[in-house]
Design a protein around this ligand. Sequence first.
Ligand SMILES: Cc1cc2nc3c(=O)[nH]c(=O)nc-3n(C[C@H](O)[C@H](O)[C@H](O)COP(=O)(O)OP(=O)(O)OC[C@H]3O[C@@H](n4cnc5c(N)ncnc54)[C@H](O)[C@@H]3O)c2cc1C
Length: 627
Amino acid sequence: MQYHLNGFRSGDPAIAAKTKETPDASDQPVDVLIVGSGPAGLTLAAQLCAFPDITVKVLEQKSGPLAVGQADGLACRSLEMFEAFGFAHKVINEAYGVNEVAFWRPAPDSKTLHRAELIPDVEDDLSEMPHVILNQARVHDLYLELMQNSTHHLKPVYNQKLTALTRTQARDYPLVAEFTDQDSSDTCTISARYIVGCDGARSAVRQFLNLELKGESARQLWGVMDVLAVTNFPDIRKKAAIQSSDNGSMLIIPREGGYMVRMYIELGELHGEERASDKGVTPEMLIAKARAILSPYTLDVKETVWWSAYEIGQRVCDQFDNAQVEDGLSDTPDIFIAGDACHTHSPKAGQGMNVGMADSFNLGWKLASVIRKQAVPALLNTYSRERQSKAQELIDFDKDMAKLFSRKTQNSIEASQFQTYFKKHGRYTAGVETQYDSSIITGTYKHQLLADGLTVGKRFHSDVVVRLSDGLPVQLGHTIKADGRWRLMVFSDALDDGGPGKPISNLCDYLTQDPASPILRYTGKESDIDSLIDIRAVFQLSAPSMMMEVLPDLLLPRKGKYGLIDYEKVFCPHTKHSRDIFDTRRIDRSKGALVIVRPDQYVAEILPLNDFSGLSNFFDQFLLPPS
Ligand SMILES: Cc1cc2nc3c(=O)[nH]c(=O)nc-3n(C[C@H](O)[C@H](O)[C@H](O)COP(=O)(O)OP(=O)(O)OC[C@H]3O[C@@H](n4cnc5c(N)ncnc54)[C@H](O)[C@@H]3O)c2cc1C
C-alpha cells in the first residue's frame, strides 16, 4: 500500500480524509443510484467510492445490514478482487480454507456410507488466492467498512423500498426513482444519471425494465442450516458431498472458526405457484433429514445458528440493461441490473454471490470512466454483452455440476472421468474461466503467443516477482487495485536492462514524447502521469544485474504535490523459484511482451513491445481526451 504521497498524515492510511459527504437529502440528484445492498450492490458502491468526484447512493429495503446467513463460498477470483479492494487478507484470516473435497456414497452393503473419493479442491497454480468459506454477512461488513473509510463515507440508506421508476426530460439526471419508507410509509424521490438494480432475484428494477428471468420452470427447494454439532462423521471438517442410498443427498461445508458447519439439503422441486414457505420446512425437519442421510454416523445438533429454506431456479435474463437495439445498433443504456436480479444459480456450484460481485466489478469502472468523461458512453454497452453470455455459460456448468454431485459412479473409469470433470468445473467455480469476447476493450489472439499463459479476455493471472527498489517478493497482479486505472504490464526481452535504446526505454520514450501516446493524449494535465494508464515493467535480469540509474523516468515517475518518486513500477524474476513468471506465464523470452490489463484485471490485449501504433489504436477506440 502506498501513502503519504501528498504529505504526511498520521493514523490508519486505509481511512481517507473526509473531503465530501454524499448528500442524504432526498432531493439531491446523484450520478449513480444503487438499489439493494447485497454483495452485488456493495461491490458496486465500493468501486464507485474510489472516485471522490462521483456521487452515489445505495438504498435498501431492509432495516439494516445482513447479520447472518445466505451464501458462504468465496471463489479464488473473488479473493483476487478483494485484494484489489484491499481486504483479501482480512477474509483469509477469518475464513475456512477449502483444500479437499470428499465424496461419500453408499458402501457395497448399502447399509453404511464410505468415502469413495478425496480430491484436491483447487488445482495447482489456478490462482494465488485460496477458495474460502465465510459468512456473506461478514463480506458485507468488509465492504461497508471500505465505503465508510472512503472519501465518500458512504452508508446505505436502509428501510427504503423502490416502488416506482420513471424517466423525465431532464438533461443531466433524467431517471427518477421513488422509494417508500418501510416504517412510516413516507415516500421520497431521487433523481439519477444511472440506476443499477442490485435488488436480488425478485428485482423491482428488472420488472420496471420488463425483463424476465428465463430458464428451468422447475425450481429447486433447498434447506440450509449452520449448526454447532457433535458427530462421529470423520470428514466433518472437509467439504463433503454425501449421497445416501435411500434418504437423498447433502453437502457439508465446514465454516470459519473451526467448529461451525453448514449443511445443504436438497428438498425437492417446487412446481407452479408453490413457494418455499408453503412446504412448512422447520429446522427440526432439516436436522432429522441430515441425521437420516448421515446414518449410521451420528449427529447431535447443539445449536442451530441460522437456517433457511429457499428456492432456486437456474435462470438468466436476455440482457442486463435497458439498451434498445435497432438495425443491429444499440443505444447507450442508463439502467442496469446485476447479481441475482439477472441470473440465479444453485448453491451446489457456489456461484450466486461470486458472480453477482463479478458483475458489479465489471460495471463499476465503466460507469466511472463514462461519468468522468474519460471514455465513450458505448463502453457501457459492453457490460451486458460481457456478463450476460458468461452468466448463461455458468448456468450450463451449474447444471452439469448439480448432476455430477448426485451421480453414482460404478467403477474406477467412471470415477476418473468424474475427477476430470470436477477439475474442469473447478476452474469455473473458482471464477477464473471467464473469458470476454473481442470488443472495443478486449483485443484478439493475434499476438497471444507472446504471453501464452496470460489469455486475452481472461483475468490477469498473477505470479510472484521481486520489486527492484527494495527486493521484496510481491504478486504482480496485486499491483492492480480497484482504482479504475489501466495497466501496461511490460515484460522485457532477455537482454533489456532498461537502459537507453533498449525496447522498454524506447516504449517509455514513445509514451512520454510522441503526440499519439495514449498517456499524453488522455491523461489530464494536472493529474499524475500514471493516473489513467499505469506502466509496470518486469525484466528478465536478476535484481543485482539491474541499475536503477539507467531506467527511464516513466518507470520512476515523479508524482503528487512534492513530485515524490514512485519506486514500485519495476520488477525482476523471483530467482528462488525454479520457474519464474516468464516460465509460468509463458512469456516469449526473446521478444518480451506488452500486456494491456483492464481496470477489472482482465487481459485486454497483448502486443509486441515495439507495436506503438497498435497500443495507441487500442486506447483510441474508447478513451476521450480531457475536456
Ligand atoms: C434467504 C436466502 C438464502 C440464501 N442462501 C444461500 C446459500 O445458502 N448459499 C448460496 O450460495 N447462496 C444463497 N443465497 C443466494 C445468495 O445469497 C445470492 O446469490 C447473493 O446474495 C446475490 O447477491 P445480490 O446482491 O445479487 O442479491 P441479494 O443478496 O439478494 O441482495 C439484494 C438486496 O436488494 C434488496 N432489495 C430487494 N428489492 C428491493 C427494493 N424493491 N428496494 C430496495 N431494496 C431491495 C434486498 O433486501 C437485498 O438486500 C441465498 C439467498 C437468500 C435470499
